[in-house]
Design a protein around this ligand. Structure first.
Ligand code: MN
Length: 133
């Protein structure tokens, strides 16, 4: 049987309520959340902490999640880290534009159900088997 390994998931989110909820869910999914509120700090912390996956809010103060993701995807090493954009922009055009402009690996629209976050993360890394239904 394969042993479950806890990984680091960075949550870049400036809404503290959302950040807290996502952090709790990530723990329930078996992983260690790294909570980042400031977009400028995000790039620095990615370099320092080398997370296994990033949940990236798009609407941040001063710098957008699109710009942060562009910076990460322009780096030979950091570009390997999967980035899931998380945004309230809900139209198909918004989604297509964000993915194209940022180079993010996937997209999750807010608001989302725990199961939807679980399924997105599970596309990239192992998650604990839990029943969310
Ligand atoms: Mn935001």
């Amino acid at each position: 049987m394969k042993e479950f390994v806890e990984k680091k998931i960075m949550i870049v989110e400036d809404n503290l309520v959302n950040q807290k909820v996502m952090g709790r869910l990530v723990k329930i999914f078996g992983h260690e959340p790294i909570l980042i509120t400031d977009g400028f700090e995000a790039v620095e912390q990615v370099k320092l902490q080398k997370p296994d996956l990033i949940l990236m809010d798009i609407q941040l103060v001063g710098i957008t999640g699109i710009e942060i993701t562009q910076l990460l995807k322009g780096d030979e090493i950091l570009k390997e880290i999967p980035v899931i954009a998380v945004t309230a922009s809900a139209t198909a055009e918004d989604k297509e534009r964000i993915v194209r402009e940022s180079g993010c690996d996937d997209y999750l629209a807010k608001p989302f159900l725990p199961k939807q976050l679980y399924d997105k993360i599970a596309k990239f890394i192992d998650v604990k088997e839990i029943d969310l239904n």
